[in-house]
Design a protein around this ligand. Structure first.
Ligand code: HEC
Ligand code: HEC
Length: 449
């Protein structure tokens, strides 16, 4: 019964939920609104009334009293896209909107607001070029530049006076967020959120703070959202899981009971793939949320997913990343960084990650913040292509091939005599890399997550 409420709430179909309650004979609230009267009922550890209100708020485009721009959370975290946003859905929505506008010039889809257009900085509210959103499924994230980092103006090749950097980021799923927030272990030397957090760079510590940021930056609210609304959204998202096995895992984490393995039954090939995953991936994608990097491996990583991809300076190349598509490559910018010793250096990246939060660049690798991201969970990954913070890997095959090159690069750029734990299980052999004959098994397992 509780499971049923949860499963249906998780689908956001709260009206059907009230019917389900009725069918189960739980004192029938006839209408959705009446669900809020089911006080004290436990919905995955959250108060059911808060979960219900949160579900409604997540899908609400009107957000009465907030002066928002018509966007609901679900406009980007789409129900039909497993609570993330695929480039294919964006393009379909864009085409439908153009089609509707032939008859109705006022037809609207709040996904397409000027704030997420490529030309927002030049054209403001008249901006209309949605290439990054349509071609890449990427949303504009504006981050203030730290005092020691400046953007280089491509026209003059001089450091510009721009105070903010735009980076273009994929919309992650909100499934499993109960498990993927800060985890309190293996701290990074600098904040924000030294033990992980929300957002691809881990810069947000709670789901409430996250919802507030989304209201301000994506829904452009004019008035402050009440705390209860933020709490309700957090409660709703904490009951969203990839599947019931992950939910049971989360329940066990909360209860402090032994943790069940959330994998479904695996055939022999998938089982072999799991062994490869444990060796090649789980040291970074570890813990219940698959987002706890395991010490001694450090918390945040540059896994070479920015555009342009690094290219080897040696011929023949010792490692070879598939180059980024031009539609992604164009998001690269040159940054000028003032280092601690007073000199300046320039680096190119489509998204410097945590360096934009701290300005900490040029420290001894691997401890600086340049291009570093938080490790995300991977449950349900078969349903959420394309991959990485910038949607730059179209398929899981491309992901695995990327990592094979990543491990080769770690090996060939290692300057010390010991093999770093990120690529080695024993500090001697570079043995974490998936071998060519292991690729099909690893892919089979990734499709079961
Ligand atoms: C315009 C599209 C858009 C809208 C609308 C939107 N989001 Fe997001 N959301 C994103 C993007 C993009 C990110 C990743 C941003 C980053 O890493 O800097 C994100 C990240 C998140 C995360 C972090 C997930 C994780 O695993 O770290 C949560 C939680 C979230 N959003 C919840 C919400 C809620 C709640 C709302 C409504 C109040 C909302 N979002 C509205 C685009 C959107
Ligand atoms: C050195 C730590 C590290 C290792 C090892 C590692 N990952 Fe990752 N992984 C990360 C980080 C950090 C990100 C986020 C970077 C990004 O999105 O660009 C990530 C992102 C991903 C994503 C994208 C998720 C999404 O929703 O787009 C997938 C898929 C993935 N990893 C799979 C794997 C697999 C498979 C392996 C093993 C072959 C692996 N990872 C090994 C750190 C690691």
């Amino acid at each position: 019964m509780k499971r049923c409420i949860l499963a249906i709430l998780a689908c956001g179909l709260s009206l059907v939920c009230s019917l389900a309650l009725k069918a189960n004979g739980a004192g029938p609230p006839a209408r959705t609104e009446d669900l809020s009267s089911v006080q004290g009922l436990d919905c995955g550890g959250e108060p059911c009334d808060a979960v219900t209100r949160g579900a409604r708020a997540f899908f609400d485009r009107r957000l009465r009293g907030l002066g928002a721009n018509g966007r609901a959370c679900a406009d980007c975290h789409m129900l039909t896209d497993h609570f993330q946003l695929s480039p294919a859905s964006v393009e379909a929505r864009f085409r439908i909107l153009q089609f509707r506008r032939r008859w109705d010039p006022d037809a609207d889809d709040p996904l397409f607001r000027p704030i997420d257009a490529d030309d927002f900085h030049t054209n403001g509210e008249n901006a209309s070029n949605f290439s990054n959103l349509r071609q890449n499924g990427l949303v504009r994230i504006e981050l203030p530049l730290p005092p020691n980092i400046r953007l280089v103006d491509p026209a003059t090749n001089l450091a510009s006076s721009e105070a903010v950097a735009d980076v273009w980021r994929a919309v992650p799923t909100v499934n499993d967020v109960k498990l993927t927030g800060p985890d309190g272990v293996n701290p990074w030397p600098r904040g924000p959120n030294q033990t992980g957090g929300y957002q691809l760079d881990g810069r947000v510590g709670t789901l409430q703070e996250q919802a507030l940021g989304a209201f301000v930056n994506h829904a452009q609210v004019q008035n402050t959202p009440p705390d209860e609304l933020l709490n309700d959204l957090a409660a709703f998202q904490r009951v969203l899981f990839t599947n019931h096995r992950v939910r049971e895992l989360a329940d066990a984490v909360s209860a402090g009971t032994p943790l069940p393995d959330p994998d479904p039954p695996l055939n022999e090939l998938e089982q072999q793939g799991k062994v490869v995953f444990q060796r090649a991936c789980a040291h970074c994608h570890g813990g219940a949320g698959q987002s706890t990097v395991q010490a001694p491996i450090v918390r945040f990583h540059d896994i070479n997913t920015q555009c342009p991809r690094p290219v080897d300076t040696v011929t023949p190349a010792r490692w070879n990343f598939a180059p980024c598509a031009p539609r992604l490559e164009r998001n690269a910018r040159i940054y000028e960084i003032r280092l601690a010793n007073g000199t300046s250096t320039r680096r190119t990246s489509s998204d410097p990650g945590r360096a934009l939060l701290t300005g900490f660049v040029g420290g001894p690798p691997p401890t600086d913040d340049w291009n570093k991201f938080d490790a995300p969970g991977l449950r349900g990954i078969r349903n959420t292509a394309p991959y990485f913070h910038n949607n730059s890997a179209p398929t899981l095959e491309a992901v695995v091939d990327h990592y094979i090159e990543f491990f080769k690069r770690v090996q060939f750029t290692a300057t010390i005599l010991v093999a770093p734990p990120v690529a080695s299980t024993d500090g001697v052999h570079f043995d974490r890399i998936p071998r060519p004959e292991e690729r099909p098994a690893l892919l089979a397992y990734l499709r079961k997550l």
